[in-house]
Unconditional design. Structure first.
Length: 94
């Protein structure tokens, strides 16, 4: 039994799409009081849907790039769509 040739690109598409969804959820639910670095009394538990890792991702994204950081999940979605529709023989995907 062999693996179909499109399987690796489909797995990569799912992983990249999941990463984009995680970053989008983290950025959308950013709250400055989630991290002790930004607040004297941090939220316990954190309000970010993605947890403490999402709070740090949102802090770096929103703190470093502002609302432009929402482009990253968009790019992940486009890349995932590109990987999902990839032709095995190297042809056009559109």
């Amino acid at each position: 039994m062999s693996i179909p040739p499109h399987t690796p690109s489909r797995v990569a598409a799912i992983l990249v799409g999941a990463l984009g969804a995680f970053v989008l959820l983290a950025l959308a639910t950013f709250h400055p009081a989630d991290l002790g670095l930004l607040a004297s009394e941090p939220n316990d538990p954190v309000r970010n849907i993605a947890g403490i890792a999402g709070a740090w991702v949102a802090f770096v994204g929103r703190g470093g790039f502002g609302f432009a950081s929402f482009v990253l999940p968009l790019l992940c979605g486009l890349w995932a769509a590109r990987l999902w529709g990839e032709e095995v023989d190297g042809g056009r995907w559109v």
